[in-house]
Design a binder for this molecule. Structure first.
Ligand SMILES: [Zn+2]
Length: 143
């Protein structure tokens, strides 16, 4: 795996799973490492419906989640989003917000976008930029 030397983007993905599915970090490992033959899970973080955050690939290494910016981004995957449906939970999005805040402390200039910003895909089944902007506003960042 190549070292990640710069972080210009935080890219949000979804696992494209249904609300009644329980996709664990072990499933991601199976899909990416066993089935795809990759050296590790493609994302750096995974967030479950219950809001728990799982570190996946070490952030010191480039991920495999968004071809155009793998060499300059951190990839965060959230459970859900099957068929373009926003079935994410409030606690899950709270965790996403907190994780992004932590990452922004270390990488203040990194842009926050959904996968669909870079590729013609539905992923992550919600408008990340709009959500992020409204979170900033709700938290008083634009007072
Ligand atoms: Zn994606």
């Amino acid at each position: 795996m190549r070292l990640l030397s710069k972080v210009n983007h935080l890219v949000v993905h979804c696992a494209a799973t249904k609300s009644d599915q329980d996709v664990t970090i072990n499933d991601l490992h199976k899909w990416h490492v066993v089935d795809n033959g990759w050296s590790d899970i493609g994302y750096h973080y995974y967030i479950k419906f219950d809001g728990s955050v799982y570190p996946c690939r070490d952030v010191s290494y480039q991920g495999a989640h968004c071809k155009k910016v793998n060499d300059q981004s951190i990839g965060i995957c959230i459970e859900g989003g099957y068929g373009g449906v926003n079935n994410f939970t409030d606690v899950q999005l709270d965790s996403l917000w907190e994780l992004i805040c932590q990452l922004k402390l270390k990488h203040p200039n990194a842009c926050v976008n959904g996968h669909s910003h870079f590729d013609d895909k539905e992923c992550p089944s919600f408008n990340v930029v709009q959500w992020y902007e409204s979170m900033l506003e709700n938290k008083g960042f634009y007072l």
